[in-house]
Design a protein around this ligand. Structure first.
Ligand SMILES: N[C@@H](CCC(=O)N[C@@H](CS)C(=O)NCC(=O)O)C(=O)O
Length: 216
């Protein structure tokens, strides 16, 4: 549902910055984007550090609400601007807990524990140190949990509930990341990813995040 307030995002070009942009596109929100990148010095400026002392992207400002963390921003947008016919908006405590379970699982086990470890000690080894054993073990760890997720998806179209939601944004973004790191995805996960990458909001967010498409 469109809103008259101006939402401003900082950060582009990574899977973490992609998530809130995808959610904003799914919700039909108007937003402005300062497409700053990681390790360009843009997260270290005085102005940006005042906004986000963590010096990380993504960051979002919505009226007086400033928020970092890709999951927190995405969840906030859905809770504030979502509706029954947009993204999954779990109503009951149990439904919220179930979504939380899967979002935490995908973020904790795939993103932070596995893919980002591969990134830190692979692509970013000049900063964080070269650790081939950590990269190999993180990949095996991700493969194990991708197996659990593939099994879960045997009986359902979406990670949680009966419509596309935050857990799917998390999973598709991690699958994109895994493909970049040359994981051999199972047919189930490939099919799931292919379907959701066709979503018009995914395509618009992709263009904004990776190709610098102008966005107001
Ligand atoms: N847990 C954070 C991670 C944010 C993060 O690490 N962002 C990276 C880019 S993917 C970053 O800002 N790096 C800049 C730097 O470390 O200087 C989230 O999910 O938003």
């Amino acid at each position: 549902m469109a809103d008259t307030r101006t939402i401003h995002f900082w950060g582009a070009g990574t899977l973490r910055t992609f998530r809130p942009l995808w959610v904003a596109e799914e919700l039909g929100l108007a937003y402005e984007l300062s497409g700053i990148g990681p390790r360009t010095g843009e997260t270290q400026t005085e102005d940006y550090t005042r906004l986000n002392p963590k010096q990380k992207i993504p960051f979002m400002q919505d009226a007086h609400m400033g928020l970092s963390e890709s999951v927190a921003i995405s969840r906030y947008l859905i809770a504030r601007y979502g509706s029954a016919d947009s993204l999954l908006t779990p109503e009951t405590l149990e439904a919220r807990a179930r979504e939380d379970e899967w979002v935490s699982y995908v973020y904790g086990e795939l993103d932070e524990t596995a893919l980002y470890v591969m990134r830190r000690h692979g692509d970013l080894k000049a900063i964080y140190g070269e650790a081939p054993a950590a990269v190999t073990s993180a990949k095996a760890y991700a493969e194990k949990h991708l197996g659990v997720i593939a099994q879960h998806l045997q009986s359902q179209e979406f990670v949680v509930g009966d419509r596309f939601g935050l857990a799917d944004v998390m999973l598709v973004s991690c699958l994109d990341w895994a493909v970049r790191y040359e994981f051999d995805l199972s047919p189930k996960l490939q099919a799931y990813r292919d379907i959701h990458r066709q979503r018009p909001a995914y395509r618009r967010a992709y263009a904004v995040n990776y190709q610098g498409a102008a966005k107001v």
